[in-house]
Design a protein. Structure first.
Length: 546
């Protein structure tokens, strides 16, 4: 078996891995190997923002996971897509750029003993990482690599949504990543010059010309090579050949909340009893690996629209051709939208200290017919529960790295979670029933106007809940017995091994995960290289305490 040596080996070229590859290889004396199981991001539909639904289920670009039976969701199996392509899930997601509430990070610091992860210490990395078209201020950055643009698609439905937020008393914000992280708003997207700005586009492509960085696509990690108490390298398979790479300094796992704990467990690092049950000899009994799985459960409401102001027309063949040509020639038009250009962070009850529900709003309705999406003259609103108390786990089905793991999210396991989603449906309905929607609102398509009681709504929720694509926390930070990594993301109990991706979050943050994952990776790069962290920054925020 041929073996080559590098200073750092990064497993996974997703949102975190692309950031790490760029920052670590910026030192010309450092040799970096980046392994990615999927292909290069050459599919054109990846880069067209409105093309997201043409690629996000493509088995060539997606791990296409599925949960085991979810007991509280009528034993349904929930489709769980994860990017298997350079750029990872940032190459196939809906591009919403959200950081989460400042209090999320302050809770990491106070409740998990992670003093290095307060929002003041994360904010400078968020700002340094983005090039926002809103311009630089106390909250936003304008000179970073990640293109971030505010939604600009004009729609009477977006206008009604914003006005209804005020009318319903749910509030309005000019920037949910800025001074007021609460209310309804036009959202930002990871988009630049009319194109998707994935982590690969923003961070990796500028670094690929460096001689000290090698990207290997189609490279499936098989196991971490461990000698004594140290991670020495990675065994991987590429084009049917089994190869090994040695890490002189560190092995860094950036495969995400599913793949990173899977690789650790296959390598003998994880809950010892579980490893023995699947025929793996434990190298390190680390019980938190694969545990603490969290996500944002979501339900989708759809309402018929009485006026022809939706964008369902774009599905007609001649309009598709026109829209495609406009994008190809000028990077303009409706193909530049990610559809979900409005949303909100709101409170479902008076007991929560900050928003516990999230909206994503689209000026079109849709349904699935097999693999095809049909558009309708309607509008849609996703309702996410932001801080669920249910906890899941990832188990191995076998010692074979090519076998998909068993995903148990345990959605709606607690009464708290069931109650909050019922409140979320009622809150969204209240928003839609405001006068701003009177001239646009038709019949409710789902769940339907006859679902009125809490029991009716909960029955709908059990049958309709899906993932909002935010799995995390399966290799969480901390110093207790169930923590997997320390505050600098070093794996407890073994040298030369770090985890840098969404799996290290101790608790899911209250918004989409792509931006926080890139921030975590940027901070991790400085930890790894021994550089001082950026100076903490304090910004004013509008908080309303109950």
């Amino acid at each position: 078996m041929r073996t080559e040596s590098y200073d750092y080996i990064i497993c996974g070229a997703g949102s975190a891995g692309c950031v790490l590859a760029n920052k670590l290889s910026s030192d010309p004396d450092v040799r970096v190997l980046l392994l990615e199981a999927g292909p290069m991001d050459r599919n054109l539909m990846i880069h067209i923002p409105a093309g997201v639904y043409a690629v996000y289920t493509d088995p060539k670009l997606n791990w296409n996971y599925e949960t085991e039976n979810e007991p509280e969701l009528n034993d349904r199996n929930i489709f769980t897509p994860r990017g298997k392509v350079v750029g990872g899930s940032s190459s196939i997601n809906s591009m919403v750029y959200m950081r989460g509430h400042p209090r999320d990070y302050d809770r990491w610091a106070s409740e998990f003993g992670l003093d290095k992860w307060s929002y003041e210490q994360c904010l400078p990395y968020f700002k340094a990482g983005e090039a926002s078209d809103r311009g630089a201020d106390d909250w936003r950055g304008a000179d970073g690599p990640l293109g971030v643009t505010k939604g600009t698609l004009q729609s009477a439905l977006f206008d009604a949504f914003l006005v209804a937020g005020d009318q319903a008393g749910q509030g309005r914000s000019e920037d949910l990543n800025g001074y007021k992280p609460e209310g309804v708003a036009r959202l930002d997207a990871t988009r630049k010059n009319g194109r998707r700005c994935s982590a690969a586009v923003a961070h990796l492509r500028p670094a690929l010309s460096r001689k000290n960085l090698l990207l290997q696509t189609g490279a499936m990690a098989r196991r971490i090579l461990i000698e004594g108490n140290r991670a020495e390298g990675i065994e991987y398979q590429r084009h049917g050949e089994i190869l090994a790479a040695r890490a002189e300094r560190e092995v860094i796992l950036s495969g995400g909340a599913i793949n990173s704990p899977q690789l650790m467990m296959i390598s003998g690092i994880g809950p010892a009893d579980h490893l023995r049950n699947v025929g793996i000899t434990p190298r390190l009994d680390l019980p938190g690996v694969g545990r603490n799985l969290q996500d944002h459960p979501t339900v989708l409401l759809q309402v018929a629209c009485t006026q022809p102001v939706t964008i369902d027309w774009v599905a007609k063949p001649h309009y598709k051709l026109m829209v495609g040509a406009q994008w190809l020639l000028a990077r303009k038009g409706i193909a530049t939208t990610n559809i979900w250009e409005a949303g909100g962070l709101v409170r479902g009850n008076r007991d929560v200290p900050y928003p516990n529900l999230q909206y994503h709003f689209a000026p079109v309705g849709f349904s699935y017919e097999g693999d095809d999406i049909r558009l309708h003259q309607a509008f849609a609103i996703h309702i996410d529960q932001l801080r669920p108390t249910s906890r899941g786990r990832i188990d191995l089905k076998s010692a074979n790295p090519f076998d998909k793991p068993a995903l148990h999210f345990n959605y709606l396991q607690t009464e708290h979670d069931r109650r909050e989603l019922v409140e979320g449906v009622r809150l969204a309905r209240d928003l839609i029933r405001q006068p701003a929607f009177d001239s646009l609102r038709g019949a409710e398509i789902r769940p339907g106007d006859d679902a009125t009681s809490d029991d009716d709504i909960l029955a709908f929720i059990r049958n309709a809940t899906e993932t909002d694509y935010h799995p995390c926390a399966t290799c969480r930070m901390g110093m207790d017995d169930m923590a997997v990594v320390d505050a600098e993301l070093r794996v407890h109990g073994i040298e030369g091994l770090r985890v840098v991706d969404a799996s290290v979050m101790p608790q899911v943050i209250s918004a989409n995960l792509n931006a926080p994952t890139q921030m975590i990776a940027a901070r991790a790069a400085d930890f790894i290289l021994g550089k001082p962290q950026l100076e903490p920054q304090k910004a004013r925020f509008h908080f309303t305490d109950n």
